[in-house]
Every structure is written in C-alpha cells, then in structure tokens.
Design a protein around this ligand. Structure first.
Ligand code: GLP
Length: 244
C-alpha cells in the first residue's frame, strides 16, 4: 500500500491497530503486538497516544513484545530500546507494566541463551503474536535479523551488520561506540505472527524495499521472507516505493 506521505501512513497503521484492540476488547480477549523501534514507527506511536488521549483508546488488554535490543545495553541508556519505548509510547498510555516485554541487553553473556528461550516461551504463553509491526534497515534487516538470517531463526544474540552500525553511528556519537551485538526475535518468530505490517518511508529505503518485494526470498535480504507469509503488507510512502 502506497501513501502520499509518512503522516498518512502512520494514521492508517494506527487505525489498523486501534481496530484490532477494540475488536479484542469486545470479545474480552487480549491482543498481542510485536513492536519495532527506529525513526519509522514514531509517527504511529504518536497517533496511538493521541487516540488514547482524545478517543479513550484503552490499552489495558494489550500485550507487547519488542523485536530487539542492543547488546550490551543498560535499560536507562540514551540509546536503549527500553527507554525509547517508554518515552515514545508506554509512558503515555494505560498499558499494564507486566504486559510489556523487551529483550534485555543488561544480562551477562552466560544468561542470554536462556533469556532468549524464555522470551519465545512468553510469546507462546500469550497466545502468539497477533500483529507485528516492522521497519526495515538498509541492510534488509527486520528486527536485527541481518543478511544471512533465514526463516528458521528464533530469538537470539546476533552480530550487527556494518551498514546497520553506520546508520546507528549518530545515535551513539560515533560508529566506534555502536554495540557490535544485539538480541532480536528471529525471522521464524516473526513469520508465525497472524498479521505483519512492514513500514518504510524515504528514498534511502527505496532500493532495499525493491529487493525485498521483487527479488525471490533470500537470506541476503531477510525482509524478503515476508513474501512467504499469507498476511504481510508493506506500507510505503511514495519515496520508499519509487523503485518498485
Ligand atoms: C533499527 C531497528 C530496526 C529498524 C531499523 C530501521 O536498527 N533495530 O527494527 O526497523 O533499524 O530504522 P529506521 O526506522 O530509523 O530507519
């Protein structure tokens, strides 16, 4: 789906999420969301906060699982995804604290594998992911599933791609400060969601969007595996769609 501008795209995605939340509320059931960070989803989070404040959109039945976190990373650090989510969404809505899940970047190395397995188990216990929102990195990553990641991958510790570390350099005041690792849900974890929305805006994303949509699914472009999902939609602005 192609939108005239990022604001329209954000409104449409937020509307889709709000519809799902209200439907589940009417049924007395929770809704389980997979959430991204980065600059792309900020407009969606702003719109969700607006819907909460102005239309009383109720998040009490919402359970969230974030896609990823840098490793190592303290939750209060400037670049932490824990902090990003609090500042951009969670501090401004009525989601119960116990419903929020984000991979931990502050555990010692020997505890990471168990943490990743527990994260997967927690998703299953919640009933699986209903809707996963995604951005896309210029490397073709979704979450932090860098080139080389295939559909069998689950939540795990990964090595960040060079392009990704370059793109994150300004957030960390220099590429040398960008962590070399991250914890991310796997491609397999993401593909088990009932619905997937990938958002991309801006002309710098146009080449990778074209490869993800038009080339056969391949590990070199992990986002291309979304083609194999029965209910995955790319939401693009005109600039990101310009090479399709
Ligand atoms: C980040 C995140 C991804 C995100 C991507 C694009 O590093 N880990 O989940 O989709 O890179 O970021 P942006 O939306 O700022 O372009």
């Amino acid at each position: 789906r192609i939108f005239d501008n990022p604001a329209q795209l954000a409104r449409e995605v937020a509307r889709r999420i709000a519809t799902l939340i209200r439907k589940r509320q009417a049924e007395g059931r929770p809704v389980v969301l997979g959430l991204p960070t980065g600059s792309t989803p900020i407009g969606v989070y702003q719109e969700l906060v607006r819907l909460h404040r102005q239309e009383g959109l109720d998040f009490s039945n919402v359970i969230t699982f974030n896609l990823d976190e840098y490793y190592p990373m303290q939750p209060d650090s400037l670049q932490s995804y824990h902090r990003f989510m609090r500042e951009n969404l969670f501090d401004h809505i009525n989601i119960p604290a116990e419903n929020i899940h984000i991979p931990r970047g502050d555990l010692p190395p020997e505890e990471i594998e168990a943490h990743c397995q527990a994260y997967e188990a927690e998703i299953r216990r919640a009933g699986g992911l209903d809707l996963v929102l995604l951005g896309i990195g210029r490397s073709g990553h979704i979450g932090f599933n860098e080139p080389g990641s295939g559909p069998e991958t689950r939540t795990r510790l990964v090595v960040l791609d060079e392009i990704t570390r370059k793109d994150a350099a300004s957030d960390f005041f220099g590429e040398e400060n960008v962590p070399r690792h991250a914890i991310t849900m796997g491609i397999g974890t993401i593909l088990e969601a009932r619905e997937i929305i990938l958002m991309a805006t801006g002309e710098h994303k146009a080449p990778i969007v074209r490869r993800a949509v038009e080339e056969p699914p391949d590990r070199q472009v992990p986002a291309s595996f979304l083609q194999t999902h029965p209910n995955a939609t790319f939401y693009l602005d005109r600039a990101a769609a310009s090479e399709l």
